[in-house]
Structure formats: structure tokens, C-alpha cells
Design a protein around this ligand. Structure first.
Ligand code: UD1
Ligand code: CA
Length: 449
């Protein structure tokens, strides 16, 4: 079956008290909206339509990063959920398949749940996702009769008897695209809120002799985010899920509660992650790699068997070859580190390539920035860079070359050569004692002794 997703994301999110549109607030280091898109993407939809309103330009720009095939349609006035869905009508004109309505602020929906909604379409023309709420509060209530969904009543419009129902509306709906747009087109706004309620399509469908059904899911999946406090709770839920998923995939987490993942973190089997590690966006770690304690990774790829940290920082554009070693207090940015190469202590390697099996000594720095432009450093294979070498980019070090400790390398070093660049040391016998005596005498005089 061909699927189109219609993701509602036009609401203001007043309770976030923010200039940033609600659906762009980060969760798992990705905009909230990316979570709904990712869940929906599992259905392999032919079309993805996001209905934006408040901050639509920002939402559009973010969406282009999240999913470049998704399309934004505008809802200039937020007149209700049915009105929001109706904005996707033109974009989906002639679309022959099912439309699934999702919410941009409901990030935890599982792909399996969406699959069950589509499966339920065999028995019903309109399928709504419901859940049993521990505290039904102000959710819309599902009025059912056996397997049939009779109608949905919004809290504001419900009688006391209806408010006693604990089966609630998640807001997600699946129906044939054409049917859905016909129904939303017929929705009016004669209700307590004066809004066009998407929920009204259930009664409208039944009046036309269509079958209306529902499936249920766990309440955690339908959790919506409306405030910063809820965002913080959602982050905790996301992290708990991510930790469980990675462990199930064969990743060892020594202290799961202290490791923070991003939505797109990919980690191979038998990788080990020590305590207090943060994965920013865009990280992939191959199998058998070890990420040691207190490391921070972002936009980085870690090869098989490589070891990172403790206390390492991998910034965007980092590519670590298999079995590479990045040690404590080392920062890598936009650099490829070859197979088995080592940068073990107190170094900054940026805008650079390091060949296989090269060893970068403690305190080495690629001086890549001249205050205006960034320049590249290229280090060959089997190179030995002495401790505290300053590699003043642009500069190239040939294979099997060496630099002496403390060298400031401003010129290319050819393969096999040794670069030495430091001031000569002069030893003066007895001068240290003499100097100390003089300084102590000066201090005593100042203190009036
Ligand atoms: C809606 C449902 C309610 C359900 C609840 C679940 C209706 C009428 N009510 O209520 O039954 O229990 O969700 O969370 O559908 N949006 C737009 N444009 C609009 C209005 C809303 O894009 O004009 C988007 C919002 O950004 C949000 C989603 O639709 O992502 C839901 O809107 P919201 O106003 O939060 O609906 P509720 O009143 O919570
Ligand atoms: Ca809501």
C-alpha cells in the first residue's frame, strides 16, 4: 500500500514560552519533529507532508536537514486539527493511497504501532489510535461499542459520563487519502472551542456508512510535549529507550544512566561505552570499538576496534580508521586518522589527515587557523611526530618522516626526513642557586625583614 504522512506542526506551543517553534526544540539532540518523521519513515511513505504555521520558515529549514524529500505546507491561521489536515489536500491531490496523520510534538510513537493502524484499515475505513490514560485529563475521549468507534468527544464538549471514559484519543488517524480530505472538508466549528476538530471525522464517516475503528497503544507512545518540564521528562524517556535499544543491539554500556545518545547514534555490536559519554548528532561507531569515560563525540565515525578517550573530544568531520587510538585530552576536528594511528595525549588535530600507523606525540597541535582562514595539515603513513610539535598549516609531512620534540614546522617535510626546529639550550653552572639567593633576598627586603 502507498502511504502519505501528514504531520501536524503548526501550533504555537505557547507553554514552551519560546521564540523557537515547539517542534524544533531538541530531543535526543534532534528537533522534536525529526522523531515523528523517523517513526513515520519506517512505513516507507511515498510522501511526507508537514503542516507548519508558527515559525514555518524555521520549520521548513530544519525539515530540509531532517528529510530532504519531505514537503512543507502552510497553515497561516491555526483553526484546528481538521483545518490543519485540510492544508495538505492540494499537495496530495490525486494521491492514491492511505494518509496517516501524525503530530510533530508526539515523538515516541513506534513504527510497529503505525503498522498496526494500517493493518486495522482492512476492517475499518477510518482508524484512530487510542490509549488508556492513567490520568485522562483533557484528552479527547473515544466513545466505543465493541470494536467500533462511535465518535470522539473533546473534553471541553464532553458530559460527565463521557469524561469518565479512560480510553483517550492520541490524535493519530489513518484513512484513504481521498476519504480523509472529503471528511475534513465537511467538518464544522460549532463546538466549545470554535475550532475545526479532526476528531469530528468519526461521526461524519459513520453518517456516510463508512466503518470506523481504533487500535490502542501504550500511553508512553502518545506522550505529547507542551512545556519545558515535559520536554525534560521526554528527554529522560528518550535516553532510557535509546540505552535499552543499544544494549539489545549488543553494545556494552558500563553505566547506562550516564551515557547520552542522539536520535541518529549508530553503534556496532560488541562496542563498549564507558561511563559519562555524550553522543552528539551524527555519530557512528563500528563494532568492537571502545569509547572510554568522559568523552564527547559529534559528527564522527569511529572505525572497528578503535579506542577513544578517556576525556576525548571528537568534533564534526572526524574519521577514525580501524584500531586508531585517541587518548586523553585530545580534540579531533575535520580530520581523518589512519588505521592504527595514535594521538594519545593532549593534542589538537584539525583540518588534517594522518596516515596509517603514524604516532602523534603528546601536546602536538595543528595550527590550522591564521585568524582568517583555515589551512590543512597532511601527515603521511608511519610518521613520528615528536612531542609538542606545532604543525603550522598548510603543511605536509611525508611518509616515515619525523619531527623533533618542540619543532615549529612551517615548511613541508619530505618523506623519510627529520625536521628539527628549536632554540639551543645553554647550561650555566651554579647560576640557579645564585638566582634563587638573589630572589629570596629581594623578597625579604620587601617584607621588611
Ligand atoms: C488533540 C485532539 C484530542 C487528543 C489530543 C492528543 C482534536 C480536536 N483534539 O487535542 O482529542 O486527545 O490532541 O494530544 O484533534 N495543530 C496544527 N494546527 C492547528 C491545531 C493544531 O497544526 O490548527 C497541531 C498542533 O501543533 C499539535 C497537534 O496539531 O501538534 C494537536 O493540536 P493541539 O492543539 O495540541 O490539540 P489538543 O487540543 O491537544
Ligand atoms: Ca496537545
Amino acid at each position: 500500500m502507498t502511504i502519505a504522512l501528514v504531520i501536524l506542526a503548526a501550533g504555537k506551543g505557547t507553554r514552551m514560552n519560546s521564540d523557537l517553534p515547539k517542534v524544533l526544540h531538541p530531543l535526543g539532540q534532534a528537533p522534536m519533529l525529526a522523531h515523528a518523521v523517523a517513526a513515520g519513515r519506517a512505513l516507507e511513505p511515498a510522501r511526507v507532508i508537514v503542516v507548519a504555521g508558527h515559525g514555518a520558515d524555521a520549520v521548513g529549514a530544519a525539515l530540509a536537514e531532517i528529510d530532504d524529500e519531505a514537503q512543507v505546507v502552510l497553515q497561516t491561521e491555526q483553526l484546528g486539527t481538521a483545518h490543519a489536515v485540510a492544508q495538505a489536500r492540494d499537495a496530495l491531490a490525486g494521491f492514491d493511497g492511505d494518509a496517516v496523520v501524525l503530530y510533530g510534538d508526539t515523538p515516541f510513537i513506534r513504527a510497529e504501532t503505525l503498522d498496526r493502524m494500517l493493518a486495522a484499515r482492512a476492517q475499518a475505513d477510518v482508524v484512530v489510535l487510542g490509549f488508556h490514560a492513567a490520568d485522562p485529563a483533557r484528552y479527547g475521549r473515544l466513545v466505543t461499542d465493541g470494536d467500533a468507534l462511535l465518535r470522539i468527544v473533546e473534553y471541553k464538549d464532553a458530559t460527565d459520563q463521557e469524561r469518565a471514559i479512560s480510553l483517550c484519543n492520541s490524535g493519530l488517524v489513518a484513512a484513504r487519502s481521498e476519504v480523509l480530505f472529503d471528511l475534513v472538508g465537511a467538518v464544522g466549528n460549532d463546538n466549545a472551542a470554535g475550532e475545526y476538530y479532526l476528531t469530528d471525522i468519526v461521526e461524519l464517516a459513520r453518517a456516510r456508512g463508512l466503518r470506523t475503528g481504533f487500535v490502542t497503544c501504550d500511553e508512553t507512545e502518545t506522550l505529547g510535549i507542551n512545556s519545558r518540564a515535559e520536554l525534560a521528562r521526554a528527554e529522560a524517556i528518550f535516553q532510557a529507550r535509546a540505552r535499552a535499544d543499544h544494549m539489545e543491539n549488543g553494545v556494552t554500556l558500563m553505566a547506562p544512566d550516564t551515557v547520552h545518545f542522539a536520535l541518529d547514534t549508530v553503534i556496532g555490536r560488541d562496542a563498549v561505552v564507558e561511563p559519562n559519554v555524550v553522543f552528539g548528532p551524527g555519530v557512528s561507531v563500528e563494532s568492537g570499538a571502545t569509547i572510554r569515560a568522559f568523552s564527547h563525540l559529534e559528527g564522527a565515525h569511529v572505525g572497528q576496534g578503535a579506542v577513544v578517550g578517556p576525556y576525548a573530544r571528537l568534533r564534526p568531520g572526524t574519521e577514525l580508521g580501524n584500531d586508531a587510538r585517541i587518548g586523553n585530552f585530545v580534540e579531533i576536528k575535520a580530520a581523518q586518522i589512519g588505521e592504527g594511528a595514535k594521538v594519545n595525549h593532549l593534542s589538537y588535530i584539525g583540518d588534517a589527515t594522518v596516515g596509517d600507523a603514524s604516532n602523534i606525540g603528546a601536546g602536538t597541535i595543528t595550527c590550522n587557523y591564521d585568524g582568517v582562514m583555515k589551512h590543512e595539515t597532511h601527515i603521511g603513513a608511519h610518521v613520528f611526530i615528536g612531542s609538542n610539535t606545532m604543525l603550522v598549516a598548510p603543511v605536509t609531512i611525508g611518509d616515515e618522516a619525523m619531527t623533533a620534540t618542540g619543532a615549529v614546522v612551517t615548511r613541508n617535510v619530505e618523506a623519510g626526513a627529520l625536521a628539527i626546529g628549536r632554540a639551543e639550550v645553554v647550561n650555566k653552572p651554579g647560576a640557579a642557586r645564585k638566582l634563587m639567593d638573589m630572589l629570596r633576598a629581594r623578597k625579604a627586603k620587601r617584607e621588611g625583614k
